[in-house]
Design a protein around this ligand. Structure first.
Ligand SMILES: Cc1cc2nc3c(=O)[nH]c(=O)nc-3n(C[C@H](O)[C@H](O)[C@H](O)COP(=O)(O)OP(=O)(O)OC[C@H]3O[C@@H](n4cnc5c(N)ncnc54)[C@H](O)[C@@H]3O)c2cc1C
Length: 412
């Protein structure tokens, strides 16, 4: 039996970020994952500036080691394509210089990215890492929670349990009560391809609002060595209502859709199509309680518009680590004290989630997306304003206001 103050289940981005943050704060913890790393995780593999900002904040050496790896592409922008086929290339930074500036985003296979994070964990001598250990029982103990694995190899008794075990977490669903709500959940599938034609020379990621998939989208994210992560995603209530088979939809777009079939002619699919759920943060949930906090997907913290969850898993991990420090200092592990975690998550991520949810709902009206695309297309002044939104949240908030688009229309 290991007795520890903090035990984290799951060594994905959320769990490793929590463990690393605790470690740098001088707080030992136990980190457990059922997988042997490197392991795959179904994802689009796009990593935003949020992640690298937080890595750098923790220790600039981590970011240096990440940058030195050859396994990711540097991403300099995104191409958004409206249902009427208007392609709009939006750099993440104006006048960027690839040789001078740090890339504002990356695409890295999770097989490699998550392994990088686990290697960072192994560098720290105050993180007790247990891999290939699936937690199968979690029950209350006098100190907090007692966890044990399937094979009875490991038992941990902790004051604070941090559940970072992802979208399919049993603890989150059954003990913390976060039921799946199809209106605030998405399904997505992805496959790796080699030799897709027409990728952007500066690795812009591509989001296509294909008519047949509205309000979901089709993506192509460029990877190193001529590979790409290609997938489709849609809100689960709509998947259910329309009986959409996402795997068939992906095959249709790639093989038959007039806008894409030429780009995929001669491309080779590597491995299988794989799918996984995305618990979206468009509904406020209680993500802490007596002696526990939920981090990342276990806390339903994925951006409801873009499907980005790695950055939010990192943010929530850092905030959970800071809350754990407070609990240990005050020797208070009650739900009432832990509530400060929910409050901070709402403060940091709440406005962004709200805005993304509004934009997600706007995206379900193809005529609106087409009208916006018509305003932006071919107008460099408007493109510059939109580019500024990547780093300026106040500016981004304008995007859901009709007055903003009237102003942009008049700039034409
Ligand atoms: C198709 C798809 C595309 C996506 N695209 C993007 C994207 O491009 N960019 C982006 O930012 N986000 C994307 N996301 C979301 C992103 O994948 C998640 O938000 C992110 O992985 C959350 O990290 P996490 O650490 O919370 O959970 P996970 O990454 O799921 O990690 C959970 C860990 O817990 C372990 N675990 C689970 N159960 C147990 C157990 N019982 N005992 C021990 N260990 C356990 C697992 O092995 C795993 O390592 C996508 C999601 C999907 C499904």
């Amino acid at each position: 039996m290991i007795e520890t103050d903090v035990c984290i289940i799951g060594a994905g981005p959320g769990g490793t970020a929590t463990a690393l943050k605790l470690s740098y704060m001088g707080i030992p913890c136990v980190l457990i994952d059922k997988a042997a790393f490197p392991r795959d995780k179904v994802c689009g593999d796009a990593i935003s500036g949020k992640v690298t900002t937080l890595m750098n904040r923790l220790d600039p050496q981590i970011l240096k080691r990440f940058d030195a790896q050859a396994e990711q592409t540097d991403v300099w922008g995104l191409t958004f394509v409206s249902p009427n086929g208007k392609a709009i290339a939006l750099p993440f930074k104006q006048n960027y210089n690839k040789h001078r500036d740090a890339a504002p985003g990356y695409v890295s296979k999770r097989l490699e990215f998550d392994n990088f994070l686990v290697e960072e964990v192994k560098r720290r001598d105050n993180i007790d890492l247990h891999l290939e250990t699936a937690i199968s029982a979690i029950e209350r103990s006098e100190r907090g929670y007692r966890l044990s694995d399937e094979e009875g190899k490991l038992q941990v008794d902790c004051k604070i349990l941090i559940d970072a075990s992802g979208a399919h977490s049993t603890f989150s669903r059954k003990q913390a009560g976060l039921e799946k709500d199809l209106n605030h959940h998405a399904g997505a599938v992805r496959a790796y391809y080699k030799n897709v034609k027409g990728l952007h020379s500066d690795n812009f990621i591509e989001l296509h609002f294909v008519k047949e998939l509205t309000p979901g989208y089709f993506w192509i994210f460029p990877l190193p060595n001529g590979e790409a992560n290609v997938g489709v995603g849609m809100r689960s209530d709509i998947v259910k209502k329309r009986k959409v088979n996402l795997r068939k939809m992906l095959d249709f777009i790639v093989e038959e859709h007039p806008k894409f079939k030429d780009r995929f002619e001669g491309a080779e699919r590597i491995g299988k199509v794989a799918g996984y759920g995305l618990p979206l943060g468009s509904k406020t949930r209680v993500i802490s309680g007596d002696h526990f906090m939920l981090v990342g997907d276990a806390g339903h913290l994925i951006d409801p518009l873009t499907g980005e969850g790695i950055g939010n898993a990192f943010y929530s991990g850092f905030i959970a680590a800071e809350q754990a420090e407070q609990c240990l200092l005050k020797n208070d592990f009650s739900a009432a004290f832990m509530k400060a975690y929910d409050v901070r998550i709402k403060r940091v991520l709440g406005s962004e989630m709200k805005l993304s949810y509004k934009m997600q709902r706007m995206a379900s009206y193809p005529f609106l997306v087409n009208a916006i695309a018509n305003i932006i297309a071919g107008n460099q002044k408007v493109v510059n304003v939109i580019t500024g939104m990547y780093t300026d949240f106040n500016l981004r908030e304008q995007i859901v206001k009709p007055a903003f688009w009237i102003k942009m229309f008049l700039k034409k």
